[in-house]
Design a protein around this ligand. Structure first.
Ligand SMILES: Cc1cc2nc3c(=O)[nH]c(=O)nc-3n(C[C@H](O)[C@H](O)[C@H](O)COP(=O)(O)OP(=O)(O)OC[C@H]3O[C@@H](n4cnc5c(N)ncnc54)[C@H](O)[C@@H]3O)c2cc1C
Length: 385
């Protein structure tokens, strides 16, 4: 049987992961509007194996992805995807209960998670401001995910199995004509395929509308990331990730730089979400409350968009109102660490296969991810007149 032709719109981690999962089973073309890929993939190994906050579905997807991230296939990439350095989560007086719950949840998954005293927290993360935290927990087995290495590995695997990547391919229109999609780009011509996958990140609803499909009401939120040059002079990846349980600060240290990420700084519908200066200033003030850092040069600051469905679960599955249209969107704040499992689920949807049995055995269900569940939720909401 001839393999189906598939166009994936969006070359972020979601599109690249799916392209990798499909390569060899379908004739894959990945279209990306930017002139280079990975522009929106976080530039630091930010994704962490610590159990992500979020819904049970997101946590299951991340847990199911961990084996791939820890031991990718041979020749996947030369760089290490897993960078081991542990994670310290801290809480102020008012969040001790939340941290205790977090610790209990972490111990269910990984028995090595434990409470540590503040002296140990300060020893492991030496710039932690004394007196800032009231309690701390350590997940020694936690590690960063090198998002760039993961993205690169996916694309290398795609190209190695005859997949195509087209950059500067801004999709501006789509039509289904006699059982095939015609996909129009602004400057790179037309493409044709049996199946189109919407992996357009924060632009996923807009892309669906181009195909005449009702949007799902996805929301984009900005996550601010700052790389701060600072003379720490520590061995690379020697310190753990530091995370405040309040969820408004995440810091990792690397040689002579600190990488700070502050989620959900404000809502934004713009795909080109540059950071506002006042947000950068507020983020550095936030860092200074938690650490002894007094100065540093901002090397790079950017605001990435993370998009969410109303129930905070990703959207992965076929669209019932259009033939050959598959959603792969709303990855939220876990699109990296959950990407291996999500990619396999999306590949099964594209190839019209059953939901992966091993993921079903973990309790994951296609219905929890399908775009239809959002339409049902929308229609169940009372209308205000
Ligand atoms: C600072 C920061 C820190 C993060 N930390 C973590 C973390 O610790 N762990 C974790 O798991 N996740 C983390 N995330 C979230 C994760 O990065 C996202 O979930 C993930 O990047 C979403 O991937 P995506 O491919 O769906 O979207 P994107 O990366 O946004 O990719 C979508 C792509 O589609 C392209 N596109 C859009 N419209 C069109 C069109 N019309 N034609 C062609 N191309 C189009 C865009 O140019 C873009 O490249 C973080 C995100 C940020 C910003």
């Amino acid at each position: 049987m001839t393999p189906p032709s598939v166009i994936i719109v969006g070359g972020g981690i979601a599109g690249a992961g799916l392209a990798y999962a499909l390569a060899g089973h379908a004739d894959v073309t990945l279209l990306e509007r930017d002139s280079y890929l990975a522009r929106r993939v976080p530039k630091q190994p930010v994704a962490n194996f610590v159990e992500p906050p979020g819904t049970a579905v997101v946590r299951q997807l991340a847990a199911a992805s961990r084996p791939f991230l820890e031991a990718p296939p041979p020749n996947f990439t030369t760089a290490s995807i897993r960078i081991g350095c542990g994670a310290v989560t801290i809480a102020g007086e008012d969040r001790i209960e939340a941290l205790a719950l977090r610790l209990a949840a972490a111990r269910e998954q990984r028995s090595d998670a434990r409470a540590i005293d503040l002296t140990e927290a300060g020893r492991r993360f030496p710039i932690l401001r004394p007196g800032y935290a009231a309690w701390a927990m350590l997940e020694p087995d936690s590690a960063h995910v090198n998002a760039h290495a993961l993205h690169h590995g996916y694309l290398q695997g795609l190209r190695g199995r005859s997949g195509r990547v087209v950059t500067d391919a801004h999709v501006v229109g789509m039509r289904r004509i006699v059982g095939r999609w015609t996909v129009e780009t602004a400057a790179s011509g037309r493409f044709y395929a049996d199946v189109v996958v919407n992996a357009a990140g924060a632009s996923a609803d807009k892309l669906a509308a181009m195909a005449g499909i009702k949007p799902l009401g996805l929301r984009a939120k900005r996550c601010l990331a700052i790389m701060l040059d600072i003379p720490l002079d520590i061995p690379p990846n020697d310190w753990p990730l530091l995370r405040d349980i309040s969820g408004d600060l995440c810091v990792s240290a690397d040689a002579n730089a600190l990488f700070i990420s502050i989620p959900d700084i404000r809502s934004s519908a713009s795909p080109n979400a540059a950071p506002a200066e006042e947000d950068v200033v507020a983020a550095i003030a936030r860092l200074q409350r938690a650490t002894t850092v007094t100065a540093g040069q901002v090397r790079h600051a950017w605001a990435g968009l993370r998009s969410f469905a109303q129930d905070q679960n990703p959207v992965v599955g076929v669209e019932h109102h259009a033939d050959g249209f598959v959603w792969l969107a709303a990855q939220g704040g876990a699109g990296i660490k959950a990407s291996p499992a999500i990619s396999r689920i999306a590949a099964a949807a594209v190839l019209d296969q059953c939901f992966p049995a091993d993921l079903a055995a973990l309790g994951l269900r296609a219905a929890e991810l399908s775009p239809q569940r959002l339409r049902l939720q929308q229609s169940a909401q009372p209308k205000l007149h």
